[in-house]
Design a binder for this molecule. Structure first.
Ligand SMILES: CC(C)(COP(=O)(O)OP(=O)(O)OC[C@H]1O[C@@H](n2cnc3c(N)ncnc32)[C@H](O)[C@@H]1OP(=O)(O)O)[C@@H](O)C(=O)NCCC(=O)NCCS
Length: 180
């Protein structure tokens, strides 16, 4: 299945490939980037995880899709990874950005293009996201609400799940958030 190169004013989003091992390592071994996710990986554990990532991509019906976030003005410097993991007839989204680029609207700019693209072109009925009630709760909620994600019942207390349905359509983007 082909994944398009996506362009925003500041970014290119391109499919991850075998040349992205160092980017993957820089993200997964950084204690700041990993703070709300898990303990940082060692370099060798990150490399093993990257091998597993590479084994998942490609093919006719991949269950995982990965995009690399590049800064256009920096000559295409790679600063993050966005992942979509298919489940049921939708997918779960996750994002990790280099800490030097946090809080400058990069995730928002990327999601504004990637979420509609994925819903329209990857045969997904919905995109889900989940977060803990932790230090990134405000960031994740601030990212997802304006993009038309709606809060769902979370499976465990202390967490929150979000869903953006394809049928919500583009009219949902920018509308007032509603919670179930
Ligand atoms: C979470 C993360 C993806 C956010 O990306 P970002 O590019 O910094 O986010 P943006 O600048 O696009 O901001 C999106 C919204 O979140 C808010 N926000 C971002 N970081 C925040 C923070 N640390 N605290 C409070 N709000 C924050 C922004 O203000 C904005 O909301 P607003 O427009 O209402 O103000 C980024 O911090 C990151 O990669 N963190 C490490 C990995 C991680 O924890 N990923 C999430 C789990 S998969």
């Amino acid at each position: 299945m082909n994944m398009a190169l996506l362009t925003t004013p500041r970014l290119h989003l391109r499919p991850l490939d075998a040349g992205d091992r160092a980017l993957h390592r820089s993200l997964y071994t950084d204690p700041v980037v990993m703070r709300e996710i898990a303990s940082p990986l060692t370099a060798s554990a990150s490399d093993r995880a990257f091998d597993a990532v590479l084994a998942r991509v490609g093919g006719d019906a991949p269950r995982y899709h990965y995009w690399v976030v590049e800064i256009r003005a920096a000559g295409g410097e790679a600063i993050g990874i966005i992942a979509l993991h298919r489940h049921d007839d939708g997918a779960e989204i996750g994002v990790m950005l280099d800490a030097r680029h946090h809080r400058s609207g990069i995730a928002r700019e990327a999601f504004e293009v990637l979420v509609p693209y994925a819903l329209d072109n990857l045969d997904l009925s919905f995109i889900d996201a989940e977060r803990a009630d932790d230090g990134h709760a405000r960031a994740i909620d601030g990212l997802l609400l304006p993009l038309g994600f709606r809060a769902q019942a979370a499976p465990t207390s202390g967490r929150r799940r979000w869903r953006r349905d394809r049928t919500a359509g583009r009219a949902a983007v920018g509308s007032s958030p509603r919670e179930d």
